[in-house]
Design a protein around this ligand. Structure first.
Ligand code: NAD
Length: 439
């Protein structure tokens, strides 16, 4: 099939390359000319394991191309809208201008029978509104909503082997046509027995925001338990292990620590609350405000803990921050808890050196006020405290004995409960972590 993918960021670029891998002829369109140039040359404009190989394979197959001109999407029968939906400045609501602009410019190339498929995360009600716009300006074209659940760091695997597919389609014959076209696009995935939910627009839109709200709530739940553990001397890691043995609860997403960040969870729960307010159902989601508050409090607590281990003041202290991306295996620094903490430490007078295996270039662009190092050892040179804030494998596997040689004080703060405490303590480090007793 001939497909277009509008918006080639973390979601769209992977989707475009993956669809070409599945045998489709795909053109990716993005307004960012530098991104289009990099993608066309087989260079990933962001760090995502396995993506660059997939991109090169797909380009070499001749089935994948990129353009900054929307006209390139003409002739494709299915158009995926994958542009960003960030939080509006100064508001909780999602900024839909990119989705609206992309759909608007797509209208000019649509032919009767074309299918427009929204993949961006949008507030419930958006698809119905865009469907009217499509029906009005591009008669014969159909709109569907097909939310995306990929996880950064696993984007290639998640796109080629998703755990479910959700199609939000209109009622009647158009809905049947949309479903059949999407089944054709995802024939390999559907054929592999992937669970499929075919539903209306509103449910499809809500599946995505409900899923993210649940995940955020689970993380904040265990972080609220961490706050109580700190007050009582209990150990949140053992608590999580113990409650996680219950199948109904499960251990995943119960890692207490610095909390969630990134380009999705924080803005998605806020947009969900804002939309509920517009619909007069804000009471249903007031708990998400607390979920958000618990999450943000962890960042403050981390700074407090750093100040405490540095003897009550951060002034003039050298602090090493390991990890800047919002999660490991990504270079995405949108709303990164690690950078938020690093910046607060700097504001309180510490000399902060940040390192990250993939995100330093992005950090230098967005956070030029911080100092950066290429390696953990360089960041930790003569440090008074070392903070692990993003649990990259290479940091989890640091040798505490050798690493202890470079610091001024062997004080480690494990912001992700990811280090082997016994090993670090045996190497002479004082170990502190959120939700756990001081050694
Ligand atoms: P992103 O910022 O990395 O990418 C968005 C891209 O859209 C950018 O490259 C931008 O230049 C481009 N763009 C903006 N306006 C355009 C237009 N009019 N025409 C063509 N291109 C345009 O964002 P992302 O992380 O890929 O997220 C995209 C959407 O997917 C969001 O709604 C997000 O919530 C959702 N989502 C993201 C993930 C994820 O892990 N990143 C997972 C699931 C869902």
């Amino acid at each position: 099939m001939k497909l277009s993918v509008i918006g080639c960021g973390y979601l769209g670029a992977v989707h475009a390359a993956a669809m070409a891998e599945l045998g489709h002829e795909v053109v990716g369109v993005d307004v960012d000319a530098a991104k289009v140039e990099a993608l066309s040359a087989g260079r990933a404009p962001f760090y995502e394991p396995g993506f660059e190989d997939l991109l090169r394979r797909s380009l070499e197959s001749g089935r994948l191309s990129f353009s900054s001109d929307m006209a390139a999407a003409a002739g494709a029968g299915v158009h995926f809208v994958c542009v960003g939906t960030p939080q509006k400045r100064g508001e909780y609501a999602a900024d839909l201008r990119y989705v609206e602009d992309a759909t608007e410019s797509l209208l000019g190339v649509l032919a009767p029978g074309d299918l427009v498929v929204g993949k961006s995360t949008v507030p419930v009600g958006t698809a119905a509104r865009l469907a009217e716009m499509v029906a009005d300006k591009a008669p014969g074209a159909i709109l569907a909503w097909n939310p995306e659940f990929l996880r950064e760091g696993f984007a290639v695997q998640d796109t080629l082997h998703p755990d479910r597919l959700v199609y939000g389609v209109p009622s009647g014959k158009d809905g049947e046509t949309a479903r059949a076209r999407l089944d054709e696009v995802y024939a390999t995935i559907v054929g592999a027995g992937t669970p499929l939910v075919v539903t209306d627009y509103a449910t499809a839109e809500m599946v995505k925001t409900a899923a993210n709200s649940f995940l955020a709530t689970k993380i904040s739940f265990i972080n609220a338990m961490a706050e109580l553990c700190e007050a009582t001397g209990a150990d949140v890691k053992q608590l999580a292990d113990a409650i996680g043995h219950d199948d109904r609860i499960g251990r995943k997403f119960l890692n207490a620590g610095l909390g969630f960040g990134g380009g999705c969870l924080p803005k998605d729960i806020r947009a969900f609350m804002a939309r509920a307010g517009e619909l007069g159902a804000d009471q249903a989601l007031t708990f998400l405000r607390e979920v958000d508050n618990i999450n943000m409090r962890r960042r403050i607590r981390m700074v407090d803990l750093a100040r405490e281990v540095c003897g009550g003041s951060l002034l003039g202290k050298r602090v090493a921050v390991l990890g800047a991306a919002f999660k490991p295996d990504s270079d995405d620094i949108r709303d990164s808890p690690a950078l938020n903490v690093a910046a607060q430490l700097g504001l309180q007078g510490a000399t902060v050196r940040v390192t990250d295996p993939a995100a330093v270039d992005n950090c230098k662009r967005d956070w030029p006020q911080l100092d950066y190092a290429d390696t953990a050892e360089e960041a930790a040179e003569r440090a008074d405290a070392v903070l692990l804030l993003t649990e990259w494998k290479q940091y989890r596997e640091l040798d505490p004995v050798a690493f202890g040689q470079v610091v001024a004080q062997k004080r480690v703060l494990d912001g992700r409960n990811a280090l082997d405490r016994d090993r670090w303590e045996a190497a002479g480090w004082s170990y502190r972590a959120l939700g756990r007793r001081a050694g």
